[in-house]
Design a protein around this ligand. Structure first.
Ligand code: NAI
Ligand SMILES: O=C(O)C(=O)[C@H](O)COP(=O)(O)O
Length: 376
């Protein structure tokens, strides 16, 4: 069996090695010739999976994308040809939730304006939005959810309208898929008028898809409104963000909010499970075998952390400032955006760090935040 795989998908060899011949390819530049005799195609978000790529392949049995988003895949085309497809819903939701939470802690420290006491509005209350809410609520932050689709489906959580959210939230975090048509389309959901209407000193975090915000309008608005603070992980025109926009972001990264080692491993592992199911063979590998040990075994807490100490703990696990610095220096270089993504292999999730503390109940919230071993 020939398995064509994006070279940036980790843990492919240990999971798929026994199932067939693995052919690593550059997912961004993948050609029809490279996939014409593949039995299995495993991609990431940078590959357009459509008729142009696959029409020449008569034998494809499975397409997997180790991503949450599916906007790069022509699902109707695959269904029309009867080619089974699977993405990896939720695989990197914890990574995105922790990224957004850490970014908010970083902004709070930078502007000497504590996160505690602020109201955070989450637009899109699916896997990543809920993971962000979980971190915030663990830390005692009031969260407002906007998701008209979930609300209409009868999701029992409390939802507010987007207008209420914009009016009440101090921080807005975006977690919607990119959709270009329909009642709830998200393309340029944040257009010039909406951006201009944000209340003074709003922090806006985007780690879903670049074109949910009109980036040209964002530049225009930022030229007039220095009070707005931005965290941008995703950009219109990736892998070539608008160079004028980058300096306006307090934290700027190359679409790596979901890039924890745990999240990436989960993504590949979910496709491995799907393929085994399709081939009707047992999935004998385990996710826990894939991850390397974390540098720090445990951190002993002297007292329950305040916000400054919480940020220090978070930085043990993931220091967003490092990625921001590399991005600013590198995004304009040839292939700078993709090179940084390719080399991004250092980030862990809170669960990788064990915390030791004598006095369980005072720090229960740290376990809810995701750290392991709290209180033992
Ligand atoms: N930066 C990164 O590395 C990553 C980005 N993503 C992006 O984030 C998106 C969201 O991921 P998940 O939360 O896992 O997806 P999900 O499908 O679990 O949740 C998305 C939610 O958005 C809601 N929604 C759709 N249109 C809306 C609108 N107009 N207003 C408010 N809510 C709306 C849906 O009802 C759904 O509940 C993905 O589609 C992907 O594009 C996902 C993972 C990593
Ligand atoms: O899961 C998604 O959706 C994402 O946006 C991914 O985190 C993007 O990562 P790549 O698939 O482009 O490596």
């Amino acid at each position: 069996m020939k398995i064509v795989v994006d070279e940036n998908m980790p843990y492919v060899e240990p999971l798929f090695g026994a199932l067939g011949e693995i052919i690593p390819v550059n997912g961004r530049t993948l050609t029809p010739e490279q996939v014409q005799d593949a039995d299995v195609l495993l991609v990431r978000s940078v590959t357009r999976v459509n008729a142009a790529l696959l029409d020449a392949n008569p034998k494809l049995k499975f397409v997997g994308s180790a991503t949450i988003g599916t906007d790069h895949v022509d699902l109707a085309y695959l269904a029309g040809r009867g080619i089974p497809f699977s993405n990896a819903p939720g695989c990197n939701a914890t990574a995105v939730g922790e990224f957004a939470f850490i970014a908010m802690l970083e902004l709070a420290a930078r502007f000497n304006s504590p996160l505690k006491g602020k109201v955070v509005g989450i637009v899109g209350a699916g896997n990543t939005g809920s993971a962000t809410a979980k971190c915030l609520e663990a830390y005692g932050i009031k969260v407002l959810l906007n998701d008209p689709i979930k609300a209409a489906e009868g999701d029992p959580r409390h939802f507010v309208s987007l207008e209420t959210l914009l009016h009440q939230a101090d921080i807005i975090s975006l977690h919607v898929p990119i959709t270009r048509t329909g009642e709830h389309k998200t393309l340029h959901l944040f257009d010039e008028a909406r951006l201009m209407s944000l209340k003074p000193n709003t922090w806006l975090v985007n780690c879903c898809r670049g074109d949910v915000i009109d980036n040209q309008a964002l530049i225009k608005v930022k030229q007039q409104r220095d009070d707005l603070k931005l965290v941008l992980d995703v950009w219109e025109g990736e892998p070539n963000p608008m160079p004028e926009l980058v300096p306006f972001a307090e934290f700027a990264t190359p679409h790596i909010a979901g890039y924890s080692l745990e999240g990436k491993a989960r993504g590949t592992f979910m496709l491995y499970q799907k393929l085994c199911e399709l081939l009707a063979i047992p999935a004998t590998k385990h996710l826990s075998e894939l991850l390397p040990p974390f540098h720090f075994k445990a951190v002993e807490l002297e007292q329950a952390p305040d916000e400054k100490a919480l940020l220090q703990l978070a930085r043990f696990v993931y220091d967003l400032r490092d990625d921001d610095a590399v991005f600013r220096n590198g995004f304009v270089k040839e292939n700078g955006f993709d090179t940084m993504r390719k080399n991004h292999k250092h980030r862990r999730e809170f669960s990788a760090l064990a915390l030791a503390y004598h006095g369980q109940s005072e720090v229960d919230w740290l376990s809810n935040l995701g750290f392991s071993g709290v209180g033992r």
